[in-house]
Design a protein around this ligand. Structure first.
Ligand code: P6P
Length: 323
């Protein structure tokens, strides 16, 4: 049995990872264990329902959004290795420790619409090296390929931690003593799949290449793709990504014409980039329909992006349709 602490030590030794990175990861994961204890209690601890506030995204916040966000902020403020943080729930970045060498970006609770109906939600995190010089917004605006670590904690039937420090992917399961135990090492995502995930109710708003792609999938074995496809939509990206990590698939949240000025619904810095790093480490692919997700040069902390990620054959096919 390998504990999370054992794994971190082994990674640190094998790949000469610096202690500040190890401390940063440990702090994030311990905060998620605290979030997990709140999520699991639901109605019994009064954490369900609306907070009665909104965030910079213009979305109504759930009580658990606010609670999870504060747990992470408090934990990271107390971690000397962390110089600053950015959160989906915070308008601007937050300076934490001047001597810190790392930046942490996170969506404290992805899939919030699922909280009150007891479907899987999760915390998504991304770790960047702090550039030299004073901390400002530009310090955070690094391409996804610059991440030094990323992962998520999925609050589902099991509580799972999925982590990459860019040397493969490790999956841990939370035990009865609230300790993460290694349960799978280096999952790989099959290049081919017969399962797609998209919110079909937006079909009339999609651009032509996505309209064509989805209609080809729906045509099944008599269509150009020559096989029948299954569909899933959980409305919790972190849960969809985990399913893809476990059994393959392709997830799409494309740009649509409801608001032509918006590149997509999902956020680059603390949703698409960390999840894309995990999936690429497992052999999958991720793009915004035009370029590799991890190559996108960010322009803003809360920048939105179209997302096509999962089994490489499908991601490449969709990207090719956009050429
Ligand atoms: P829709 C959750 O709110 C989220 O940000 C992602 O986790 C999820 O994939 C998507 O939005 C669901 O969006 O439009 O289907 O509710």
């Amino acid at each position: 049995m390998t504990t999370f602490a054992d794994y971190l030590h082994k990674q640190s030794t094998e790949f000469s990872l610096d202690n500040q990175l190890i401390e940063t990861v440990r702090t994030i994961v311990n905060a998620c264990i605290t979030i997990n204890s709140q999520v699991r209690l639901g109605a019994l601890s009064g954490v369900l329902g609306e907070a009665g506030t909104g965030n910079v995204q213009g979305e109504a916040q759930k009580k658990l959004d606010v609670i999870a966000n504060q747990i992470l902020i408090d934990a990271l403020k107390n971690c000397p290795a962390v110089a600053g943080l950015a959160s989906e729930e915070e308008d601007d970045f937050v300076s934490t420790n001047e001597q810190g060498q790392y930046l942490v970006l996170f969506d404290p609770l992805d899939g919030s619409s699922n909280i009150d109906v007891n479907l899987s939600i999760g915390t998504i995190f991304s770790i960047l090296k702090k550039p030299s010089g004073s901390l400002n917004t530009a310090s955070f605006l690094q391409k996804g390929s610059e991440q030094v670590g990323a992962g998520y904690v999925l609050y589902g039937p099991q509580t799972l931690l999925v982590l990459t420090l860019k040397h493969g992917v490790a999956i841990f399961t939370l035990n009865a003593q609230s300790e993460f135990i290694l349960s799978k090492l280096n999952p790989t995502v099959s290049e081919q799949t017969a399962e797609f995930a998209i919110n079909m109710s937006n079909q009339r708003h999609w651009e032509a290449p996505v309209q064509r792609y989805i209609s080809e999938l729906l045509a099944g074995k008599d269509g150009v793709r020559g096989k029948n496809y299954n569909m899933r939509w959980v409305a919790s990206m972190v849960a969809e990504v985990h399913r893809i990590l476990m059994r393959g698939g392709v997830f799409l949240y494309p740009k649509d014409n409801r608001d032509p000025s918006r590149a997509g619904k999902l956020r680059l810095m603390y949703e698409a980039n960390p999840l894309s790093l995990v999936l690429e480490q497992a052999g999958a692919a991720s793009s915004n329909a035009h370029q590799r997700m991890l190559d996108i040069v960010p322009e803003g902390l809360h920048q939105r992006v179209a997302v096509i990620l999962g089994s490489r054959e499908e991601v490449d096919y969709v990207t090719q349709l956009h050429q």
